[in-house]
Design a protein around this ligand. Structure first.
Ligand SMILES: O=P(O)(O)OC[C@H]1O[C@H](O[C@H]2O[C@H](CO)[C@@H](O)[C@H](O)[C@H]2O)[C@H](O)[C@@H](O)[C@@H]1O
Length: 259
C-alpha cells in the first residue's frame, strides 16, 4: 500500500478544484526544495524513482499545462528527472524547452573578469562552493553558514565595481549572480502566452525567494502562489509543509478524479 502524507486543507482544496476542472488550470513547479528535499550539495539531491512518471501523468491530466520553472539548467534537470516529456524553463527564465521547438540557445557565458572575481571570493573562504551555470554564477554557503553575509557583500561589490548588467538573487544558502532581464516571473509570463497555458488560471508552487517573482505574476493573473515551508518560508501557515506534501498533491492530480 502507498503511504502518502496528509495534505493541508488549502492544498487539498486546490487539488479538488484542479481535478474538478483540469482544463481551467495551468500548474508550474519549482524543483529544489519543492519537488525534492534540500541536500547538502546540489548533486546530492535524491529524486524518488516514481517522480518522473508522476510528473508526466500530471502533465497528461492537465492537457499539457504543467511546466517546471527552476534556477537549475535544463541539462541538470534532465539529469535528475529525465525529460519526462516535460516543458520547462531553466536558469531563472533564461532557458526554455517547449514540445514544439528545440531548447532555446542558452545565453552567453558570464564574463571572464566576473568569473575570475568570484573564483577569488570563493577561494578565500573555506566551505564556499561555486556552481558555474554558464550565464549564472551561484555561490553556495550551506557548508559554511556563517559566511553568508560576507559572501553577499563581496559579490555585490564585485558586480558593482565591474559595472555589469547583473543582479544578485539570494536563495537557500546560496547567492546567485544573474544577468538582468529574466526571472522566474518572466518565465511564467512566457508560458502563459503559449498553448496550452494561455487562458488558464496559473498555479505556481515554490519554496524560495526566486519563486516569489513567479508567485507575483500568477497572482496578478488571478492565480495562486503556493508556498512550501523551509528556510525561506517559515510562517507556519504554508500550504505545503515539505516537498513530500507537494509530491502527494501531484500524486493526487496524477491519479485523476475519483470514479
Ligand atoms: O529553482 P530551484 O529548482 O529551486 O533551484 C534553486 C537552486 O537550487 C539548487 O541549490 C539549492 O539546492 C541544493 C540541493 O538541495 C542545496 O544544496 C543548495 O543549498 C540550495 O541553494 C541549485 O544548486 C541552484 O543552481 C538552483 O538555482
Amino acid at each position: 500500500m502507498l503511504l502518502m502524507p496528509t495534505l493541508g486543507a488549502m492544498a487539498a482544496d486546490v487539488a479538488r478544484r484542479v481535478l474538478a476542472e483540469p482544463d481551467r488550470y495551468a500548474l508550474y513547479s519549482d524543483f529544489d526544495g519543492t519537488l525534492v528535499e534540500i541536500a547538502l550539495r546540489p548533486e546530492d539531491v535524491l529524486v524518488p524513482p516514481d517522480l518522473p512518471m508522476r510528473l508526466a501523468r500530471v502533465r497528461a491530466m492537465l492537457g499539457g499545462a504543467f511546466a517546471l520553472i527552476t534556477g537549475r539548467s535544463l541539462r541538470e534537470i534532465e539529469a535528475h528527472v529525465g525529460d519526462a516529456g516535460l516543458e520547462a524553463s531553466g536558469l531563472h527564465g533564461i532557458e526554455f524547452r517547449f514540445d514544439d521547438e528545440a531548447a532555446r540557445a542558452p545565453a552567453r557565458e558570464a564574463p571572464h573578469h566576473l568569473i575570475a572575481e568570484v573564483v577569488g571570493i570563493v577561494a578565500a573562504d573555506p566551505g564556499l562552493r561555486l556552481e558555474h551555470k554558464g550565464p549564472i554564477l551561484a555561490v553556495h554557503y550551506r557548508e559554511a553558514p556563517a559566511a553568508g553575509g560576507r559572501v553577499k557583500i563581496a559579490l555585490e561589490q564585485a558586480v558593482a565595481a565591474l559595472r555589469l548588467p547583473y543582479h544578485l538573487k539570494e536563495g537557500r544558502a546560496v547567492v546567485e549572480i544573474i544577468p538582468n532581464g529574466t526571472s522566474k516571473g518572466t518565465a511564467l509570463a512566457d508560458f502563459m502566452r503559449r498553448t496550452p497555458y494561455v487562458g488558464r488560471i496559473p498555479i505556481m508552487i515554490g519554496d524560495d525567494r526566486a519563486d516569489e517573482d513567479a508567485f507575483a505574476v500568477a497572482e496578478a493573473a488571478g492565480g495562486l502562489g503556493l508556498k512550501v515551508a523551509g528556510e525561506h518560508f517559515r510562517g507556519g501557515d504554508e500550504p505545503f509543509r515539505n516537498p513530500g506534501e507537494v509530491r502527494a498533491f501531484l500524486a493526487l492530480i496524477a491519479a485523476g478524479p475519483a470514479r
